[in-house]
Design a protein around this ligand. Structure first.
Ligand code: C2E
Ligand code: CA
Ligand code: CA
Ligand code: CA
Length: 275
């Protein structure tokens, strides 16, 4: 798209035409994949910063088991699912499947009881009219303890409609389910904005973790942790890839850590085995 004197003209070239065709095909395939349930959840451990041997929960991450193309990661289909609205169906499947996993974990008893599964919720899904009712319905139908479920919403999602976000967060809190503000630091949240939204946890985006050796990034992390403390939020640092990053983020005051260093996203049975 080019801007010319206020008007916007769109010029199609071959690569754009291919992109559109590709997107259309992807959309058709996604529709079919949702209908025939070609998705699986992986579970990545989240550990205590003070003792990384202690797993406090898992983040559920969706993967597409494509019959021809093999395992496809969310970056390749979530954006399209979001723009065409299929994310509502996919996200609902993810939520239900995560609740099923929680009830399977609960059936194992023992060390599972206090752990949680954190589910990513897209903006459109979170802000849709039936979302909090659906959460309540699933908790009851699957017979799960709400403390075993968490919901992650990205900063971008929360900012599009603060009033509505607050409303949904309050409804979810009434079910006893905690919420995390995901990818924190990548959007435009201000302190006063965050104060209005009853999240329980901030997840610091991995871009700050990667650079936490640099003074500037370290200072940003310190500021985020202080902000979280003042609002009584816990802090998860994600994208920890080595021991020194883990030590650094722990010393900067993060409560929980997540990243390849502590565990890659695992299948459900591998995740069980870690507990
Ligand atoms: P996210 O919510 O920020 O999830 C964390 C991503 O970072 C995951 O990528 C995870 O595999 C990756 N990761 C974990 N540890 C490390 C590390 O140490 N280093 C690096 N470089 N990366 C690490 P994944 O699974 O590819 O998911 C990408 C994004 O797709 C997620 O980012 C989330 O925004 C979205 N997504 C995943 N599953 C769902 C879902 O069920 N629903 C929705 N709406 N979005 C999802
Ligand atoms: Ca997340
Ligand atoms: Ca994140
Ligand atoms: Ca992200």
């Amino acid at each position: 798209a080019k801007e010319r004197g206020g008007a916007i003209t769109v010029e199609f070239d071959d690569s754009m035409r291919d992109t559109f065709r590709f997107r259309h095909e992807l959309e058709q395939e996604l529709r079919e994949a949702i209908r025939t349930r070609q998705f699986v959840l992986n579970f990545q451990p989240i550990v205590e910063a003070a003792d990384p041997n202690v797993i406090v929960g898992f983040e559920a991450l969706v993967r597409w088991k494509h019959p021809q193309r093999g395992l496809i990661h969310p970056a390749e289909f979530i954006p399209t699912a979001e723009s065409c609205g299929l994310i509502l169906y996919l996200g609902d499947w993810v939520l239900e499947e995560a609740c099923s996993a929680i009830s399977r974990l609960n059936a194992r008893g023992g060390r599972w009881a206090d752990r949680y599964v954190a589910v990513n919720v897209a903006a459109r899904q979170f802000l849709s009219a039936s979302f909090s009712a659906r959460v309540g319905e699933l908790i009851m139908r699957k017979g799960i303890d709400p403390k075993n479920l968490r919901l992650e919403v990205t900063e971008g999602a929360a900012i599009t409609d603060a009033r509505r976000t607050r409303e949904v967060l309050e409804q979810i809190r009434r079910w006893g389910v905690k919420t995390s503000l995901d990818d924190f630091g990548t959007g435009y949240s201000s302190l006063s904005y965050l104060q209005q939204l009853p999240f329980d946890t901030l997840k610091i985006d991995k871009s700050f973790v990667a650079n936490a050796g640099e003074t500037r990034s370290a200072q940003i992390v310190r500021t985020i942790v202080e902000l979280a403390r003042s609002l009584d939020l816990s802090v998860v640092a994600e994208g920890i890839e080595n021991a020194s990053q883990g030590k650094r983020l722990a010393s900067l005051g993060c409560d929980y850590l997540q990243g390849y260093h502590y565990g890659h996203p695992l299948t459900e049975s591998e995740a069980f085995a870690r507990l």
